[in-house]
Design a binder for this molecule. Structure first.
Ligand code: NAD
Length: 269
């Protein structure tokens, strides 16, 4: 689709949150990108700089996405809010021919179908990105390659204790990619489970274990077992700046795509 000429104007939603603040600073520094509106249901009327610091754009936080999109000309909406809200924000953007880049995790399969349909209907591209860290995208790619040869695999994902959804969007996406890549699901011998949940949850037949602890940011191990060997892929986001090159890349690239793109993988060629 035709990329907007000139500066890419961004409406940033969830701007007062941890990822929103980091994105406000990163997008303000990126060449050819301008944050024209900041939205957060808390902190309405406050200065974004008073929350995110002097490197953030000089904007007053607004409370409603629809109002912000109706009063500012934007090309891209970036969303870091919460699962119940992000899909509605994407649809509000698409209706106005603004391309959503959704970083919020925990969207359902139905949400993705709805966003894809709205993107087609309004002829506006959309991206849903479970993980913006380049290393995490490569981890998913490598996991998919390994699953073809080592189908016995479990995922351990570890996040800070404020994370609302479990399993993480990255773990879910990794499990789906593994399930699509491996020829058959390995057969397990009968297990005697003494504590409910101790073997994790199943995503597309892949066991996923979610750890939530203070001090963590976002980490994942994909552990493959073979005959007499194991292979462990591990990615660590050590702070939230790890997501920013991916956020900037998605904002720059979304208008070069058509329909709904999931993940950054296609952009890393
Ligand atoms: P946070 O709680 O610090 O921030 C969320 C912000 O969104 C809050 O300020 C809240 O007031 C605001 N908000 C919530 N609902 C809203 C609504 N309906 N309208 C406007 N504002 C609303 O959370 P966070 O750590 O910044 O994470 C946000 C999301 O991003 C989570 O889903 C998290 O899992 C996800 N995340 C994604 C990536 C990625 O790479 N894709 C990386 C880290 C976090």
């Amino acid at each position: 689709m035709a990329r907007p000429a000139g500066t890419i104007r961004v409406c940033l939603v969830g701007a007062a949150g941890k990822m929103g603040q980091e994105s406000a600073r990163a997008l303000a520094q990126a060449t050819g990108i301008e944050v024209v509106a900041a939205v957060d249901r808390s902190h309405g009327g406050e200065s974004l700089r008073s929350i995110a610091g002097p490197r953030a754009p000089d904007l007053v936080i607004e409370e409603k996405v629809g109002v912000a999109l109706d009063t500012h000309e934007a090309d891209v909406l970036v969303d870091f809010t919460q699962p119940g809200a992000a899909a509605n924000h994407a649809e509000s953007a698409l209706k106005r021919k603004v391309a959503p880049v959704i970083g919020t995790s925990g969207l359902s399969a139905q949400d993705l179908r709805d966003i894809a349909q709205a993107a087609a209907e309004h002829e506006t591209p959309a991206m849903v990105v479970p993980n913006f860290a380049i290393g995490a995208v490569l981890m998913m790619r490598f996991a998919q390659a390994a699953a073809k040869w080592l189908p016995d695999v479990e995922i351990v994902e570890l996040h800070h204790d404020q994370k609302l959804d479990a399993p993480s969007g990255t773990a879910t996406r990794t499990a789906e990619l593994i399930a699509a890549a491996r020829q058959a699901q390995p057969k397990r011998s009968e297990e005697m489970i003494k504590v409910e949940g101790v073997r994790g949850g199943s995503v597309a037949g892949v066991p996923v274990h979610s750890v939530r602890l203070k001090g963590l940011v976002a980490h994942q191990m994909v552990m493959f077992g073979g005959q007499g060997e194991t292979l462990t892929l591990r990615h660590d986001s050590l702070d939230r700046t790890s997501f920013m090159p991916g956020v900037v890349l998605a904002v720059r690239e979304v208008w070069n795509r058509t329909g709904l793109t999931i993940g950054l993988d296609d952009l890393l060629v």
